[in-house]
Design a protein around this ligand. Structure first.
Ligand SMILES: Nc1ncnc2c1ncn2[C@@H]1O[C@H](COP(=O)(O)OP(=O)(O)OP(=O)(O)O)[C@@H](O)[C@H]1O
Length: 116
């Protein structure tokens, strides 16, 4: 149980680091807050909330992985290297895809209700 709590504390420290250091997180956080506020206003169904939160968590999750890959690349390859570029660009691409997914989910669920 002690080992589990220790691992949990380290994982929380990692998430806190991402939230504090990644400038894109401010944009993600603002977008997520807006989506949740609009969702509350529109009285979304349970399934619609699951989709909205899956999009929010996907963005945070990919930012965590992106931050980990950036730190690892900076550690092992502080000089320019084409493979380091591929690693960082692919990690950033994952965040971009997650953000696009979030936009699609918000567009499909929220926009028709706001228009209606
Ligand atoms: N060691 C390296 N070798 C080759 N290209 C690199 C290297 N470090 C960074 N790059 C290139 O520069 C881009 C930006 O890298 P950087 O580390 O500044 O991340 P970032 O996108 O600014 O992320 P963040 O804003 O979250 O720190 C990378 O996507 C990659 O194309």
């Amino acid at each position: 149980m002690k080992g589990f709590l220790r691992s949990f504390t380290f994982a929380l420290a990692g998430i806190r680091h991402v939230l504090r250091t990644q400038r894109n997180m401010k944009v993600h956080f603002a977008a997520a807050t807006l989506a949740v506020a609009v969702g509350l206003f529109l009285h979304l169904s349970g399934f619609e909330w699951v989709l909205i939160f899956s999009a929010i968590f996907m963005v945070i999750l990919t930012e965590c992985i992106n931050t980990a890959i950036e730190a690892m690349v900076d550690l092992v390859s502080p000089e320019y290297h084409p493979l380091a570029k591929i690693a960082k660009d692919c990690a950033a691409g994952a965040v971009l895809l997650a953000a696009m997914y979030a936009l699609v989910v918000a567009g499909v669920i929220l926009l028709p209700k706001l228009w209606g």
